[in-house]
Write a protein that binds this ligand. Structure first.
Ligand code: NAP
Length: 294
């Protein structure tokens, strides 16, 4: 039976490490890390995510600022708001919660964030630094996966890693990170997508299978090599009358089928998902301590 890679426990450990570093900074009379979040509009899910991030900041002892803007705000006015945060020396990290209203260009907004404060790691400068293996802010989901592989001491060097999905936020950065000359890394990587032929066969050749395509229970046991490490990034809410909430969460991997043959696997929920806030806090600490751009 596979080792269950527990993202909940690991993310709590990381948060505790960050909180104890904040205590040290306070004791040394240093500057407390400060994260600003910009939320445009009143989308319920986005509000929930931003509130969770702000709450997590408070829990580890960071300062936080939430800037709430109407969804009717013009693109220019939003860019001005970002500039204000860029210019505010007290703020170390800035995130702009996505999605944005349709009349606003995500590219323009992302490019406006000062790379030094881009703790989501989305700016072209930081994505480029990641590809070059320079110090950078690695975006939340890829950071979470690397940290799980590292903390569970799962060997990656020389392994064949297959990534399913090539999105800018998960599949594409994951493929770059796993191929870098680093630990975790040093894999031979195959990146796959909706045009890939013989996907099941390619997946079956993976020692490490990272699944991020957004299709519920797409990866079945016959697509997995016995002994492979399986990282499931997908999250889907499906109706379940037996649950109090009326739903349950499942991933892109058919867990019950794959767990018995894998050597290690992330569950959904409780795998990759909980790591994302820990990643954001970690990047904010790096920003405050000027560890990336000195
Ligand atoms: P996305 O932007 O929709 O990208 C999906 C990728 O999968 C695309 O590259 C697409 O190929 C590929 N794909 C779709 N159907 C395929 C198929 N049948 N065979 C092979 N490849 C296929 O998705 P995403 O943002 O990366 O998210 C993926 C999943 O992860 C979603 O369930 C999302 O909710 C979840 N997610 C979870 C977290 C977390 O914190 N746990 C974070 C982010 C995302 P093409 O490029 O050819 O279209």
């Amino acid at each position: 039976m596979a080792v269950r890679i527990d993202g909940k426990v690991t993310s709590e450990e990381i948060k505790e490490e960050i909180a104890s570093r904040v205590k040290e900074i306070k004791a040394e009379g240093g500057k407390i890390p400060h994260l600003a979040a910009i939320l445009v509009g009143n989308d319920g899910a986005s509000q929930t995510y931003v509130n969770a991030k702000v709450k997590a900041c408070e829990k580890v002892g960071f300062q936080s600022t939430l800037v709430m803007l109407k969804d009717s705000i013009s693109e220019d006015d939003l860019l001005d708001e970002i500039q204000k945060v860029n210019d505010n020396a007290d703020i170390d990290g800035l995130i702009v919660q996505l999605p944005l209203p349709k009349h606003i260009s995500v590219e323009k907004v992302t490019a406006k964030i000062l790379p030094e404060k881009d703790v989501d790691g989305f700016t072209p400068a930081n994505v480029g630094r990641m590809a070059l293996n320079w110090p950078t802010y690695i975006s939340a989901t890829p950071y979470g996966i690397l940290e799980l592989l590292k903390r569970y001491q799962l060997e990656t060097s020389g392994k064949h890693c297959v990534v399913i999905g090539r999105s800018h936020i998960v599949g594409s950065p994951m493929s770059i990170l796993m191929a870098r000359n680093d630990n975790p890394g040093n894999c031979t990587v195959t990146i796959t997508h909706s045009r890939t032929k013989n996907l099941a066969e390619v997946a079956r050749s993976a020692d490490i299978l990272i699944v991020a395509l957004g299709r519920p229970e797409f990866v079945t046991a016959d697509m997995v090599k016995p002994g492979a490490v399986v990282i499931d990034v997908g999250i889907h809410r499906i109706e379940d009358a037996s649950k109090k909430s009326g739903y349950r969460l499942i991933g892109d991997v058919k867990f019950e089928e794959v767990e018995p043959i894998a050597s290690a696997i992330t569950p959904v929920p409780g795998g990759v998902g909980p790591m994302t806030i820990a990643a954001l806090l970690y990047n904010t600490l790096l920003a405050a301590e000027k560890k990336i751009y000195s």
